[in-house]
Ligand binder design. Structure first.
Ligand SMILES: [Zn+2]
Length: 142
C-alpha cells in the first residue's frame, strides 16, 4: 500500500462506483465528496458537505477539505488533511512525537481513538474533539 502525499480532484455529477486512488471526487449536485482512502487500503471515505460536517474549498486549481478526514471505521485508522490537493498525515506527526517520548500525550490520543472507534463514525463532535486536541498539542510543542 502506498500512502499518497498528493491527490487530484474531479468534479462529477454522481460519485462513480469505482474510485481511482488519488482522485477526490466532488459532487456539488449531491453535496458529497468521496475518495479512496489515501493510505491505499481501498476503503472509500465519504465526506458529506454540510454545515458542521465538511467544507470544500476550491481555489480554482486545487481543493481543500475541512476538517480532517479520520477513517476510524477502517482498519487502517488513517487520519489526514487534504489541503490544496496535498495530503498531510496526522499519523506521521504523532509518530514523531511518540519518538520524543510523549507517552502521556499518546495515551490520551489513544483513549480518544478508542472512544471514536466505539462510535464507529467520524461525527462532528469527534472531529471537533480532534481539532481541539491537535490545536492544543501544536501549541504545546511549539
Ligand atoms: Zn486506509
Amino acid at each position: 500500500m502506498t500512502r499518497l502525499d498528493a491527490v487530484r480532484h474531479e468534479f462529477v455529477e454522481c460519485i462513480p462506483e469505482t474510485l481511482i486512488q488519488g482522485v477526490v471526487y466532488v459532487s456539488i449536485a449531491y453535496a458529497t465528496v468521496a475518495h479512496s482512502c489515501c493510505c491505499g487500503c481501498g476503503n472509500v471515505a465519504y465526506t458529506p458537505l454540510a454545515p458542521g460536517r465538511w467544507a470544500l474549498t476550491f481555489d480554482g486549481r486545487s481543493i481543500s477539505l475541512d476538517p480532517s478526514i479520520g477513517n476510524w471505521s477502517f482498519p487502517c485508522q488513517s487520519h489526514y488533511w487534504i489541503e490544496r490537493n496535498r495530503v498531510h498525515w496526522h499519523a506521521a506527526w504523532t509518530a514523531e512525537k511518540i519518538q520524543k517520548g510523549r507517552a502521556r500525550t499518546l495515551q490520551m490520543i489513544n483513549k480518544d481513538i478508542e472512544r471514536t472507534d466505539g462510535a464507529k463514525s467520524a461525527t462532528t463532535a469527534v472531529q471537533t474533539r480532534w481539532r481541539g486536541w491537535f490545536a492544543r498539542l501544536r501549541r504545546r510543542f511549539k
